[in-house]
Design a protein around this ligand. Structure first.
Ligand SMILES: [Fe+2]
Ligand SMILES: [Fe+2]
Length: 584
């Protein structure tokens, strides 16, 4: 095989022509355009007489391949039986040059050409890479793949052979722009891989020697193609490649992170490559029964906190995507930093970007992102695209965070209901057992961390219910509970233990202090006036106090305080008793 192309100085897009030397059945692969053909013609003749060329193989119809066909018609030494070998779809276009040579359709010849002498060229269909009927040619005898535009590259400093793996940096941008999609490219590459290729001879760029073939194929399989779908006014391949990478990074953020803190921080890092974002915060309606507005901001590690919606949010929340775009044309709005954030604004710039977040399948704006800018910025095509993509990702992430927040609120509400007595608001026995556990352990380890229990009971409570009704009885229970809470520290624990029975646990206190507190509660109750109960009817409380012995189970400890209470009840009532063997 011979390279019979012509190097055009200052052209980063070299177009190559190859000659398969095979006697009078030699093949000129992708013959070339007008610009280079006189050089190609000369070079061929340095190897074989031009009349040895029987086949002009056109792997697709581009002018850099077929532009020379009319020149060939004019040559004196073209053999009579020479043919243009191509696919019928390419033929439909090449015929417009009105070439004199006849066509030989590969699809009518079982996709192979027998050159005689045991040399067969195999044609491999690689549709849409980059022509709908593009194909490659494998010469089994030499192991060379003539890959046409696949494996092509842009080369600023051209070399005939790729020197090392760095040549992928020439190949990748060409494929990102000329090939339609990664899926289609992988489809073509997978077909090519099935052949025992020893060398790849592409129509552009450099020849790829055997040791680089696997590397190039694997790299190309990871390449995102179809970048021109992103292009608007920009045809700068590096800018488009940067944009493509940024968009891919954005999608990866939601795939690899679950925590909203991570997602928000990663997205801001990506944004900062094009937009000077100082900080970001998000607002969304919770869609719970109060339809509260949640704010997620860095100060609270992006945990949702209930807040008043910002003034600009309310009018936005009635817009759908179409109405937003008809008003604003783009997927964001630059506004002066709102008044309430002026202290922050002094630290940063004066503007922020407002991005409406539209969750999939929902019509109306679901949430908004507010990006404070370090300084004013002119939005480019790239930054707009990035903001648009980030908006889509954030919409899902904010919605997910909001759902989690609402579930968490519900869970807390049910937990509160489970651990509190609904009438008095005091905690119940379930909560008592759970909460006391660590304090019991602490006391077991250290005598000084004592716990005192005050068990108390409203005297003659049944009479109150009988005389004034249950509603009055309930009010008495509530008032007693409230007085009890008022007499203890927040670190102590007041429990509604049973009907009219209460328990108070004082943490880190002695029996003496327990009796003091019990006396305070008892004294207060005896002085109180109760709603719905006549002044003549005195309501009083009896209390029993006990200190926990180390290692004593909670049940036994309470029982001892209960025994002291029984003692108070069985003597005069309205009194505090201490368990006999507990020294004061
Ligand atoms: Fe092409
Ligand atoms: Fe080409």
């Amino acid at each position: 095989m011979w390279w019979v192309g012509h190097h055009m100085p200052d052209d980063t897009f070299q177009c190559h022509v190859y000659l398969i030397e095979h006697g009078d059945r030699s093949v000129l692969v992708d013959p070339g355009g007008y610009l280079t053909f006189k050089h190609v013609y000369k070079k061929v003749q340095e190897v074989v007489p031009f009349s040895n060329i029987r086949y002009f193989l056109c792997q697709h119809q581009d002018p850099d391949i077929t532009g020379s066909l009319r020149l060939i018609d004019l040559l004196p030494d073209v053999r009579r039986d020479a043919m243009i070998v191509t696919h019928w779809r390419a033929m439909q276009l090449i015929k417009h040059y009105d070439p004199a040579l006849p066509f030989w359709n590969i699809d009518e010849h079982n996709w192979q050409l027998d050159l005689g002498g045991g040399r067969i060229l195999k044609f491999i269909f690689t549709p849409y890479l980059h022509f709908p009927a593009a194909f490659c040619t494998f010469d089994a005898l030499s192991g060379i793949l003539f890959s046409s535009d696949i494996f092509g590259g842009f080369t600023a400093n051209w070399t005939l052979f790729a020197r090392d793996q760095s040549h992928i940096e020439n190949i990748r941008p060409f494929h990102e722009h000329y090939m339609p999609s990664r899926e289609i490219l992988v489809h073509g590459l997978t077909k090519l891989e099935a052949y025992p290729i020893k060398m790849i001879a592409p129509q552009h760029g450099s020849i790829i020697p055997e040791h680089l073939i696997d590397f190039m194929i694997n790299e190309l399989k990871q390449t995102d193609c179809g970048l021109y779908a992103l292009a608007r006014d920009s045809t700068d391949i590096h800018r488009l490649s940067f944009l493509n990478k940024a968009l891919k990074d954005i999608t990866n953020v939601v795939v690899t992170h679950r925590d909203f803190w991570d997602i928000a921080n990663e997205l801001i890092t990506i944004l900062r490559k094009t937009i000077p974002v100082a900080s970001a915060e998000f607002y969304t309606y919770a869609h719970n029964h109060n339809n509260e507005c949640l704010c997620l901001k860095p100060e609270t590690r992006y945990r949702g906190i209930i807040t008043a919606p910002p003034a600009y949010y309310e009018p936005m929340s009635t817009l759908n995507k179409r109405s937003w775009l008809s008003q604003n044309k783009v997927c964001y709005k630059k506004i002066p930093i709102p008044q309430e954030r002026i202290p922050d604004a002094k630290k940063t710039g004066e503007f922020c970007l407002l991005i409406p977040l539209f969750p999939p399948n929902r019509e109306l704006i679901q949430a908004i992102a507010v990006l404070s800018l370090e300084h004013d910025v002119n939005m480019t095509f790239e930054s707009e695209k990035i903001v648009e993509q980030i908006g889509e990702v954030l919409a899902v992430a904010v919605e997910r965070e909001c759902i989690l927040h609402v579930l968490d609120m519900e869970r807390r509400k049910f937990y509160e209901q489970a651990i509190r007595d609904p009438l008095t608001g005091l905690h119940n026995r379930l909560y008592m057992e759970e909460t006391l556990k660590p304090f019991l352990h602490m006391h077991d380890r250290n005598e000084k961390d004592g716990i005192v229990a005050i068990m108390s009971d409203i005297d003659h409570f049944k009479k109150i219910n009988d005389s004034y009704g249950h509603s009055a009885g309930d009010k008495v229970l509530k008032q007693v509970a409230s007085a009890m809470t008022g007499c203890i520290r927040t670190s102590d624990l007041a429990i509604r233990y049973g009907g009219e029975e209460f328990a108070v646990f004082l943490i880190g206190q002695s029996t003496r202090e327990g009796v003091f507190v019990a006396e305070k509660i008892r004294g207060e109750i005896s002085q109180m006036k109760f709603e719905g109960v006549t002044n003549e009817h005195k309501i009083t409380l009896s209390c029993g106090v006990a200190s926990r012995k180390r290692k004593e189970p909670l049940g036994e400890f309470i029982q001892r305080a209960d025994a002291a209470l029984y003692q108070a009840k069985s003597t005069s009532r309205n009194k505090v008793c201490c368990e006999d063997d507990t020294p004061l």
